[in-house]
Design a protein. Sequence first.
Length: 109
Amino acid sequence: MPRTIAEQVAAIAAMVEHMNGRAEEDRQERKVAQAETERARRATSVELSDIRHGQADVLRRLDNIEPVTDLVTSVRARITGGLMLLGVLGAIAWGGVVFFKDIIVGWFT
């Protein structure tokens, strides 16, 4: 351990210089980290903006598609209902033909 005041002051000055050097390194590292964080924020902001615009485009397209799908669904439901009605009527007619087969055959003979 230094014994004179000059040696103590020199040791303290060396420690202060070392601390200043370390503080300067820490500042530089912090600046680099802040710059990297700012770049990441900007990139995230751009991506979020792109997502927001993409979502708006999708919603706009869905609004344009919705009337068409409603029409197709309506037409499909009408066709399905018509086919079911034809099936029921056909089954009734066929049942009548089978039930009255002897009378119908008698008409043609």
